[in-house]
Design a protein around this ligand. Structure first.
Ligand SMILES: C[S@@+](CC[C@H](N)C(=O)[O-])C[C@H]1O[C@@H](n2cnc3c(N)ncnc32)[C@H](O)[C@@H]1O
Length: 254
């Protein structure tokens, strides 16, 4: 059984335009998950319900099926926050299929506002030239893990995860002994797990848990230097303004 999700699901009430985006655009970019019983597709709400019942077939989801055009590669971002990073990556790499998971509704609505717009008649459309290689899972990504085909991704990003600094909360940290083997199984051999944090304790924790897992190798030795072509996240920029200096880890799957 999945452990409880402890983060925030909601912030301030959404502005009317964002409510419309959540109602009309989110279903267009959400993952469609096969309904094994009815041989059709489940609506996003049904998906969440089914996933909680744990009745959807294991490893039934093939990333390519979520995109109309053939993709060369797939990339997952866990906890995309406001979505600036995944939206920009999706623009830069049209031949890659991106999947972003985020529980926080205000973050999801922010990403939808980056890629879509509400028209005067209250219909929604994608902003000109914006992404069609991006799919959103608006729930706890761990629900998806058993369903995704193994070795699906070339890259998995976990950027500025909630640090849960108290020792009694360390089990809540996303990077840890439970999720690392799953993340490794979802990556292709040589695929990358990219983790960033500006909390020294979380950086130390990440290095030691990844080392203990024996599943990855650290690719960048200069962990205080931003990797080339890095796209900053909102959380990262706030931290830098406040004087925090991030750690960047690029781990490759052994
Ligand atoms: C500190 S924020 C960082 C957001 C963003 N990556 C950034 O750097 O601006 C961490 C985010 O991860 C999300 N998150 C944490 N665990 C998650 C999970 N299991 N599935 C999906 N999202 C998750 C939280 O809702 C939160 O928005």
């Amino acid at each position: 059984m999945l452990e409880k999700f402890y983060g925030r699901r909601k912030g301030k009430a959404l502005k009317p335009g964002r409510v419309i985006l959540m109602e009309k655009l989110l279903p267009q970019v959400s993952l469609k998950i096969p309904d094994v019983k009815k041989k059709g597709y489940l609506s996003p709400d049904e998906v969440i319900e089914e996933l909680h019942k744990e009745e959807v077939a294991l490893e039934c989801l093939n990333m390519q099926d979520f995109f109309p055009e053939k993709k060369d590669d797939f990339c997952l971002e866990v906890g995309f926050g406001g979505g600036e990073h995944i939206a920009e990556m999706a623009l830069r790499s049209p031949k890659t299929g991106f999947l972003g998971a985020e529980v926080f509704v205000n973050g999801v609505a922010h990403l939808l506002a980056l890629i879509g717009q509400v028209n005067q008649d209250k219909s929604v459309s994608f902003q000109k030239g914006r992404v069609d290689n991006l799919r959103i899972f608006h729930e706890d990504v761990r629900l998806l893990f058993p369903l995704l085909k193994r070795e699906a991704f070339s890259q998995i990003y976990v950027l500025f995860p909630d640090p849960w600094p108290k020792t009694r909360h360390e089990k809540r940290r996303f990077i840890g002994p439970k999720n690392l083997p799953v993340l490794a199984s979802l990556l292709k051999k040589g695929g990358e797990l990219i983790v960033a944090t500006d909390v020294p304790l979380y950086a130390e924790w990440t290095e030691s848990k990844v080392q203990e897992s024996n599943l990855f190798e650290l690719k960048n030795k200069e962990i205080r230097i931003r990797p080339k072509d890095w796209i900053p996240t909102r959380y990262e920029e706030k931290g830098i303004k406040a004087g925090r200096n991030p750690y960047y880890f690029v781990f490759t799957k052994k």
